[in-house]
Structure formats: structure tokens, C-alpha cells
Design a protein around this ligand. Structure first.
Ligand SMILES: Nc1ncnc2c1ncn2[C@@H]1O[C@H](COP(=O)(O)OP(=O)(O)OP(=O)(O)O)[C@@H](O)[C@H]1O
Ligand SMILES: [Mg+2]
Length: 219
């Protein structure tokens, strides 16, 4: 199991007000498995993904990343682990405006202190971006930007891919292509993927669909 969430709850407190965004959520991701999370706006999907990626800690419950209980790790260790094990893809590609495509990938390598640099070229080629390596984000189409974001998420060869509405900024054809790339990467390289989506047309590319309503999971 690459990602395990056990009885995870999350209460947001805004001063005196409390709001339970996640209520006793459990989920296991197998190697090679691609799971979609769907549910209404405000149901807790992004909260769940943030907790899965240790960007946010649960109020109660446990998260295991690649077998390790994240509750026992220091902030610094969690950061290291996140860099090593997880690739994030967000709704907007979140590229750095002043970096060329190839440097969007390199920057992750630098932060993670990876020496190898050839993987970037390989990924860009795989995603049909070779002719775009010297362009800035504002010179790319939406689909190209999202492909760069996926390539960047994969540069460290993470075991777990977490994607929050990766197709939201794309038309349905481009959106499907992006999810196909994710699915292909997960299947062919034995990774695990968890994707929040509103797009029902891509659900057939996933192995399993879980629904979240008012912070509770239904399968
Ligand atoms: N930092 C926060 N403080 C207080 N409440 C929050 C915070 N973040 C999220 N919430 C609330 O928790 C609930 C779940 O939010 P979340 O972002 O997980 O929903 P979502 O399912 O991703 O929604 P959407 O589909 O609109 O992106 C919402 O009611 C939201 O207002
Ligand atoms: Mg959300």
C-alpha cells in the first residue's frame, strides 16, 4: 500500500466557529491503482487530498505514506518525504511565470538535491513538449501548461500522484488527454494516483471512484 488514510477527520476552527470538513474517512491506495474522488463543492475533496499529501494534518486519524506514519515525523522530515514520494498536480498548472519550461522541471530537482537531470528531457519528450522547452508559461496553451505541470510532478519519480481537478482549466478533449497521461504513468510505472475531479467523462480512466458528501466517504 502506498497511501493509507485511517479514520481521518478534520475540523477547521475559525475562532469560536468549528466546521467538520472530514468525518472518519478511510482509504487505501494500492500500487498501480488510480482512484477518483467526486462530490459536491465544499464536500471535503481538497481537504482530503491535502491531508493525503501531508500538506495539512488531520484533527484525528492516521496517514501512512509508503508505510510510514506521518504523525511521527517532524515538519522537515515530512517536507523531505513529500518531495521524494509525492507528485502534486493542481487545477491551475501553477507554473512559475518567469521560468522556461525546462527550468520548471529543473527547479524541483534542485530543491530535492537530485543530481540526475536527463529525466526532465525524457519527460518533456514523452509529453510532446520538446519544441516548447525554451518557452515561458504565457507562451503555452492550457493543455501544454497542464502537461508541463504533470511532467514537473513526475520529475522525482514519485510513488504517489495527487491531482486536484487537473482538467478544470481544459476543454473536454484536452482534459481527457491529460488524465490519459496520468493513468498511463500510474499503470505503466506502478504508481498510485488519487484525483479529485468534477469531470464525469474521465471516470472510465480510473479503477475506482469514491464519492464524498458532507465530509463522509461513500464507495
Ligand atoms: N482553511 C479553512 N478554514 C475553514 N474552513 C475551511 C478551510 N478550508 C476549507 N474549509 C471548508 O471546508 C469544507 C470543505 O472544503 P474543501 O475545499 O475540502 O471542499 P471541496 O470538496 O474541495 O470543494 P470544491 O469542489 O469547491 O473545490 C468547505 O465547507 C470549506 O468552506
Ligand atoms: Mg476543492
Amino acid at each position: 500500500m502506498t497511501l493509507v488514510m485511517e479514520n481521518v477527520s478534520k475540523v477547521y476552527s475559525d475562532g469560536p466557529k468549528e466546521f467538520k470538513a472530514l468525518d472518519d474517512v478511510s482509504l487505501e491506495l494500492q500500487k498501480g491503482e488510480f482512484v477518483a474522488i467526486i462530490g459536491p463543492s465544499g464536500s471535503g475533496k481538497s481537504t482530503m487530498l491535502s491531508i493525503a499529501g501531508a500538506l495539512l494534518s488531520p484533527t484525528s486519524g492516521t496517514v501512512f505514506l509508503d508505510g510510514e506514519n506521518t504523525a511521527h515525523l517532524s515538519k522537515r522530515k515530512i517536507t523531505e518525504k513529500r518531495l521524494e514520494k509525492i507528485g502534486f498536480v493542481f487545477q491551475a498548472a501553477n507554473l512559475i511565470p518567469y521560468l522556461k519550461v525546462r527550468d520548471q522541471l529543473r527547479v524541483i530537482n534542485v530543491i530535492a538535491k537530485n543530481k540526475a537531470n536527463s529525466k526532465g528531457r525524457e519527460l518533456l519528450e514523452h509529453f510532446g513538449l520538446t519544441h516548447r522547452t525554451n518557452n515561458y508559461p504565457n507562451e503555452l496553451s492550457g493543455g501544454e501548461r497542464q502537461r508541463v505541470a504533470i511532467a514537473r510532478a513526475l520529475i522525482n519519480d514519485p510513488k504517489i500522484i495527487l491531482a486536484d481537478e487537473p482538467t478544470a482549466s481544459l476543454d473536454s478533449q484536452r482534459g481527457r488527454e491529460v488524465v490519459e497521461l496520468l493513468a498511463d504513468e500510474i499503470k505503466s510505472r506502478g504508481k498510485s494516483g488519487l484525483m479529485v475531479t468534477h469531470d464525469e467523462r474521465v471516470l472510465d480512466l480510473c479503477d475506482r471512484v469514491v464519492t464524498i458528501r458532507d465530509g463522509r466517504l461513500e464507495e
